[in-house]
Design a binder for this molecule. Structure first.
Ligand code: TIU
Length: 230
């Protein structure tokens, strides 16, 4: 696929203020849209959550993913999960909750949150296309113990359009990590979701408060309109 032009910019309506980015210097990062978080029988359900709350983000993500691909933008997917022997999983993380439902325990979609298992994979609607990097991360943040930063720097990416789940956990952690590293984040509100609607709202507010202390928040429509105008 041809790369996006990095000499032209698009202006995205966002809060706290509009943002201009060059699509060629911008990556779409889709965080952890995995069956283990979105479907019954996975990690999200094991933690006691109503996983159906996350489904609302799928359709907006599909539209954004299609538009980003059409614009030639870099698309990066992340997955949270661990090695089969759990050697990369902190005991503190593994030993949480009911023993039968912990990371590594057998579930209807394979061992919970283990790389290579069906539940660890990305939902069919947002499945990575050939050539799109997939970052396997052991933590909440996509930069922690991964080669994401190297990949972004090598491609001269300055800006991240961020989607995924959950808003206050892996999305927020990743946005904070990105902000400290100097990447401008634009979080698409309706492309993110949480098991706790109030945490979704608060998670977005925390990002855009104080003049956009961690980044900006926009709607998927604002992003799609900005690309369509270009
Ligand atoms: N539990 C929860 O809200 N989230 C996670 O455990 N991981 C991500 O957010 N991906």
């Amino acid at each position: 696929m041809a790369g996006a032009d990095d000499s032209k910019t698009i202006q995205i309506a966002a809060e706290p203020e509009p943002v201009s980015v060059a699509p060629g210097r911008t990556a779409l990062v889709i965080i952890d849209m995995q069956r283990d978080f979105l479907e019954p029988g996975g990690f999200g359900a094991a933690l006691g959550n109503d996983v159906s709350l996350l489904k609302a983000a799928v359709a907006p993500c599909q539209a954004v993913l299609a538009a980003a691909r059409a614009a030639g933008m870099l698309v990066i997917h992340t997955r949270e999960g661990h090695r089969a022997d759990l050697s990369d999983a902190p005991p503190l993380k593994v030993e949480r909750g009911d023993e039968r439902l912990r990371i590594g325990a057998p579930g209807p979609m394979g061992r919970i949150l283990i790389r290579g298992e069906a539940g660890h994979d990305i939902v069919a609607e947002l499945y990575p296309a050939a050539g799109e990097p997939v970052i396997d991360k052991p933590g909440k943040g996509a930069f922690y113990q991964t080669d994401l930063e190297l990949m972004l720097r090598n491609r001269r990416i300055d800006n991240l359009i961020v989607c995924g789940v959950t808003t206050e956990v892996c999305v927020n952690t990743t946005v904070r990590e990105a902000n400290d590293r100097g990447f401008r984040c634009i979080v698409l509100a309706d492309c993110c979701a949480s098991y706790f609607p109030e945490f979704h709202e608060a998670g977005l507010k925390m990002i855009k408060a104080q003049g956009g202390i961690f980044g900006s928040v926009a709607s998927s429509q604002s992003f799609l309109s900005a690309l369509a105008r270009a």
